[in-house]
Design a protein around this ligand. Structure first.
Ligand code: ADP
Ligand code: ADP
Length: 229
């Protein structure tokens, strides 16, 4: 499962200024949709609505055909993983940081997620397995390393739906390449909404939606969008 559908969704934080207007999209289970558009277009708002941080003002959002207003916050949280723009880490072990959403995870599962997110080198810097502090008291992590921790979290949580929020925008080219590999891995077989302001940072998106001032201005495959220009 994991099909995501926005059906004529409008949203306003304040009544006088609509942020999203009549946005419709459908991402079949397991597929990737890139959402591009300038800063302020409403991309993050769209992602927050899927989480039900806010209820839509008009229209409906459905997951596998079910209106998310009838889905509990708990099951929404289980169904959706996020690789955010800036990953916030707890001042605790790397293992805890990766597994906090999966307290039942075995050490083997945690190690596997770390390996898949290409954090082996990082792991080797840990003297006692997953026992080293991160953050202020311990290792200083680069933006790319933090992002790979977020990716490892998602791999371990294994949700059917994934939101990538500008996941490579803050990285240099080398780090970006490394992250793109990990993102391709984590988004494989998951319904993925990949938010970006530049097309070049998009992962293997089959379809692209262009959002501007809260409205869908174009939607189609890469080739279709190029042909339309
Ligand atoms: P197949 O896997 O059988 O080759 P797909 O599953 O890729 O075909 O596509 C099935 C349909 O879903 C196609 O019409 C395709 O254009 C559409 N589709 C694929 N990905 C997306 C997406 N991210 N958003 C909307 N429609 C999509
Ligand atoms: P994008 O992700 O494309 O940059 P956003 O969804 O973050 O766009 O923002 C779209 C518009 O909504 C912007 O004008 C922004 O100022 C406004 N906005 C975002 N979050 C809030 C909020 N919590 N309250 C009021 N306005 C908001």
């Amino acid at each position: 499962g994991g099909e995501v559908e926005f059906d004529s969704v409008s949203h306003a934080y304040h009544a006088e200024r609509p942020i999203l207007q009549g946005v419709s999209l459908r991402v079949p289970a397991g597929h990737t949709l890139a959402i591009v558009g300038p800063s302020g277009a409403g991309k993050s708002t769209l992602a927050r609505l899927l989480f039900r941080f806010y209820d839509v003002s008009e229209g409906a959002i459905r997951i596998d055909g079910q209106d998310i207003r009838h889905v509990t916050q708990d099951s929404l949280r289980r169904a959706i993983g996020v690789v955010p723009q800036d990953t916030v880490l707890f001042n605790d072990t790397i293992g805890y940081n990766i597994a906090y959403g999966r307290p039942d995870a075995s050490p083997e599962e945690i190690w596997q997620a770390l390996r898949m997110a290409q954090l082996e080198e990082f792991v080797r810097r840990l003297p006692d397995g997953l026992d080293t502090q991160v953050g202020e008291r311990g290792l200083k992590l680069s933006g790319g390393e933090k992002q790979r921790i977020a990716i490892a979290r998602v791999l371990l949580k294994d949700p059917p739906i994934l939101i990538l929020d500008e996941a490579t925008s803050s990285l240099d080219t080398h780090a970006e390449r490394l992250i793109l590999d990990a993102l391709n891995l984590v988004s494989r077989k998951r319904t993925t909404l990949a938010i970006a302001h530049r097309l070049s940072t998009i992962v293997h998106a089959e379809r692209i939606l262009v959002l501007d001032q809260g409205q869908v201005v174009e939607q189609g495959s890469h080739a279709q969008l190029l042909a339309a220009q």
